[in-house]
Design a protein around this ligand. Structure first.
Ligand SMILES: C[S@@+](CC[C@H](N)C(=O)[O-])C[C@H]1O[C@@H](n2cnc3c(N)ncnc32)[C@H](O)[C@@H]1O
Length: 397
C-alpha cells in the first residue's frame, strides 16, 4: 500500500519498503483509493526475487500475488497481515509465525485443483487480476504436474465457461470437469462425480475419503493431513467426549474424531451441502456413534440448543465469510471446554474471535499455515476457551 498526495494506492507486484514506478490500473485522481501495478523497481527490497513464473507480472495472470518475494518473506508478510487483523478486529496482540505446510519450501507445484477459464476461442487459460480477460498460458507453476499434463491447455473446450481440473489419489489421472456441465452430466455438475482422497497424517494411514470432484477438499497436498493433525492435537478429544464438527465437508476431521471419542462419546457432523454430507456419512459409516446433519450450521445449532444439547468440544471450519456473530453466540451457548476454529480468512476469523470474546471465550492460541504459497492467502487455526468468571469484571466472564 502506498500513499500519494493523500490518495491510497494498492500496488501489485511491489514489496513493502520499495521505491517503484506505478501504473494506475483502476481509479482516477480524486478517488479515495486507486489500484496500480509496479512497472519498474527503482530500489528493490532485499526480499525481492525474479518471479519464477513468467505470467506473474503486470497485466498478466491474476492468480499469484507474491511470486516476486522469497517464500520466507511471503510468510512474514502473511504473518504481518494476521497480526494486523487481530489487532484491528479482535483487539488482541498475537505473536504468530506462518509455517510452511508439509515442508513445502519452494511453494511451487502444490495446487491439486485449478479452475481454468475458457475463452471465446475454446482455449483454457487463467484470469487476469480483477478482470474478465483470459490470459493464455502453457503452464502454471503452482499447479501439480498432473494438472498441467492432463491436456487441459491443449484441448478446445467449446460450450463451457471453465474447466475444473482435480488431481486426486483415485482415479490415477486427474478429473476434468467442464463448467457448467454439458447436458447429460450428473447432478453434481461433473462428468465424473466422485473421487477418492487418500490421507496419511503424522506418518500414519488415516483413511480414504470419497468426495465430489467439485466438492471441498484442501488443494495443497499437505494441507488436509497438517490440519487434521493440528486439530486433533489442539482439541484433545478423549473417549466419552461429545463433539460437534461444524462446516464438516466430507468428514476430514469427523472420521478421526469419531475414532478418538469411542467408547462413550459421539460426533455430529453438520454440513450444508447435501452431497458432501452424504459423502461424510459414507466416509464415517464404520463409526455408529457418528451422525450427520445436512443443514445450515446456524439452523442446526438453534435446533440443538432448543433440545438442550450441549457439547464438550467444537471444531468449526467455515468458508471465507466466517461463522458470523450470531453463530459464534450459538456456539458459545453449547458450553464446550474448547473450540478449535480453522479459518481461511484471518479478517473474518479475527471478527469471530471478537464475537466469541463477547460471549465469554478467550483466544488461547493461534497458529498460521502457508497452505497457499505464492498467493496472499493464509490458513489459521485458533483455539478458544472459556475465560474463568472474575467477580467485578464488566463482561462478567
Ligand atoms: C472450508 S470447508 C471445510 C470442510 C471440511 N472441514 C474440510 O476440511 O474438508 C467449509 C464447508 O462449509 C460448508 N458450508 C458453508 N456454509 C455453511 C453453513 N452455513 N452451514 C453449514 N455448512 C456450510 C461448505 O459446503 C463446505 O463444505
Amino acid at each position: 500500500m502506498a500513499r500519494h498526495e493523500g490518495q491510497v494506492i494498492f500496488v501489485r507486484h511491489a514489496l513493502p519498503g520499495e521505491r517503484v514506478l506505478v501504473q494506475v490500473t483502476e481509479g482516477r485522481v480524486g478517488d479515495r483509493f486507486v489500484r496500480g501495478d509496479a512497472v519498474s523497481v527503482e530500489s528493490a527490497s532485499p526480499h525481492r526475487v525474479q518471479a519464477p513464473c513468467p505470467y506473474a507480472a503486470e497485466r498478466l495472470c491474476g492468480g499469484c500475488d507474491f511470486q516476486h518475494a522469497t517464500p520466507a518473506h511471503q510468510r512474514e508478510l502473511k504473518a504481518a497481515v494476521v497480526r494486523e487483523q487481530f489487532e484491528r478486529l479482535a483487539g488482541v496482540d498475537v505473536d504468530v509465525t506462518v509455517q510452511p505446510v508439509d515442508g513445502d519450501e519452494d511453494g511451487l507445484r502444490w495446487r491439486t485443483r485449478v479452475e481454468f477459464a475458457v475463452g471465446a476461442d475454446g482455449r483454457a487459460g487463467l484470469r487476469g487480476h480483477r478482470s474478465t480477460t483470459i490470459i493464455p498460458v502453457d503452464d502454471c507453476l503452482i499447479a501439480t504436474r498432473p494438472v498441467i499434463d492432463s491436456g487441459v491447455l491443449d484441448t478446445e473446450w467449446h460450450g463451457c465457461a471453465a474447466v475444473d481440473v482435480v488431481d486426486a489419489a483415485h482415479p490415477d489421472e486427474p478429473v476434468l470437469v467442464p463448467v457448467p456441465a454439458p447436458a447429460g452430466a450428473d447432478a453434481e455438475g461433473g462428468l465424473v462425480g466422485e473421487l477418492a482422497r487418500d490421507l496419511t497424517a503424522d506418518g500414519e494411514w488415516v483413511g480414504e475419503y470419497v468426495v465430489s470432484a467439485r466438492g471441498f477438499w484442501q488443494v495443497h497436498p499437505g494441507a488436509a493431513s497438517t490440519f487434521l493433525t493440528r486439530v486433533v492435537a489442539l482439541l484433545e478429544a478423549a473417549p466419552g467426549d461429545r463433539v460437534l464438527d461444524l462446516y464438516a465437508g466430507s468428514g476430514l476431521f469427523t472420521m478421526r474424531l469419531g475414532e478418538l471419542v469411542h467408547p462413550g462419546g459421539f460426533v455430529l457432523g453438520v454440513e450444508a451441502d447435501p452431497h458432501a454430507a452424504d459423502h461424510g456419512r459414507h466416509n464415517t459409516a464404520h463409526l455408529d456413534h457418528v451422525e450427520w446433519r445436512a443443514n445450515l450450521v446456524e439452523r442446526e445449532l438453534r435446533s440443538l440448543l432448543a433440545q438442550g444439547v450441549s457439547a464438550d468440544l467444537v471444531v468449526l471450519d467455515p468458508p471465507r465469510a466466517g461463522a458470523g456473530k450470531e453463530t459464534m453466540a450459538l456456539i458459545a451457548r453449547l458450553g464446550a471446554r474448547r473450540v478449535v476454529y480453522v479459518a481461511c480468512d484471518p479478517a473474518t476469523l479475527a471478527r469471530d474471535v471478537r464475537a466469541a470474546t463477547d460471549q465469554g471465550y478467550g483466544l488461547a492460541s493461534l497458529e498460521a499455515w502457508d497452505a497457499f504459497p505464492m498467493t496472499h492467502h493464509v490458513e489459521c487455526i485458533a483455539v478458544l476457551e472459556p475465560v474463568p468468571h472474575r467477580a467485578g469484571s464488566p463482561a462478567g466472564r
